[in-house]
Design a protein around this ligand. Sequence first.
Ligand code: NAD
Length: 493
Amino acid sequence: MAKRYGNYIGGAWKDAASGRTFDNRNPADTSELIGSFADSGPEDVERAIACAREAYPRWKALPAPKRGEILYRAAEILVKRKEDFSRDMTREMGKVLDETRGDVQEAIDMTYYMAGEGRRQFGQTTPSEMPDKFQMSVRQPIGIAGLITPWNFPMAIPSWKMMPALILGNTVVIKPATDTPLSVVNLIEALEQAGLPKGVVNMVTGSGSSVGSPLMSHKDVGMVSFTGSTEVGRRVSEACAPAFKHCHLEMGGKNIIMVMDDARLDLAVEGALWGGFGTTGQRCTAASRVAVHEKVYKEFLDRFSAGAKGLRVGNGLEPKSQVGPCVNTSQLETVERYVQIGKDEGARLVAGGSRLGKGDHARGYFHEPTVFADCSPKMRVAYEEIFGPVVSVIPVKSLEQAIEVGNSVDYGLSASIYTQDIGKAFTAMREMYTGIFYVNAPTIGAETHLPFGGTKNTGNGHREACVQALEVFSEWKSIYIDFSGKLQRAQID
Ligand code: NAD
């Protein structure tokens, strides 16, 4: 009998008010039921917000270094439970064990990092233009943070939002993706064991329309931090606009690797395989486009397509697997649809192209790593986000053309260049209008202590991680203290 998981509201695990549940199944083997989770509605969101509201004054009043100590203990618990939590994540999301270990590690890194921010959160002190007057700026929390998260980084992304929100003194209501609620349950258990007071973090599971929507529109939620598709992000933005609610959006990507004629091709091929097919291509930073200089195009393509054909697709818990399944049937169908679109557009299929449905793959959402060659930049496979194991290779004549192709999409998350020429590397670094850039590495591999996010349709100007995350979850207050004993008028006296 699979375990039943409730919502976490006011420090207690509770069924949805309706009593309804939904099943969470292993995408590598859908006969395996991971658990049944609360299929919640607006009334559950209301209760969670009420608890977050009640807990807020005490949490806000707790000195930030003390809040940091709780986070530090939570990180220690995550370290101890890392292997269990990674295995749970592979079972519910599908990516291979090495990658889910990386996901949990990212949550550990972020939790330690933000624990440290409990003793920083630096503001400014500046001289006044007046005598006997002191001035400074301090951060203040916003109140209740509503967090809506996707399934591809089931623990890392919730931690990127939760930990900065908490260290600044906000309370939290989180809605995890319906495909990966267990990883958020595990993260919350670590916080609970670390001594997080009741009501400070609340979790409500369920669909976007019945949980995400009431959460983001609720008058008592001071800010919403969302990661997911650009389409849903636009709705979040619209829901937040009438009340001028703070809104932080991390959305889609169509990232490019540029391979120059002087590149080390062994490195470029290895990087493109990892960037394109790691996490089954289901990363917002996945290298779904590779622009290759015509002088090395054939050689790169031969080696890259051979590499893609050689990748072992299978259950992520099997040590030999290199690429796991798509997360669900709709994601698999999207991949199949785009493969057909690519063929219809005249892109040349040089590796993969089919669903895998026999033998070990019979009960999962597996698809072959797929490579389209000779793509033009405006073909839909080379232009739109697919979020699956499909890479489009585009021939280019120069660095300038590669940059033009790179910048031609609606997204601006990550880009990379393979070259031995420092001038080319610096030119591309300057000219690519993205939030992240790599040299001689693929488009994936961000670390928690640099800002994370993108331009154009990828984001709305905020950054996750690093100290930039503190900007998202706090407001500045500037404070002027006049001890002159008389009225002093700024700009006038
Ligand atoms: P999604 O937009 O379908 O869902 C994201 C979250 O929003 C889920 O929790 C979902 O239940 C919720 N949601 C859906 N409809 C909603 C609604 N009407 N109101 C409120 N909430 C709603 O995205 P996904 O399929 O979970 O994730 C894939 C997408 O996420 C891709 O586009 C990917 O690029 C993006 N992503 C971006 C980043 C980044 O940092 N830029 C990171 C990871 C994933």
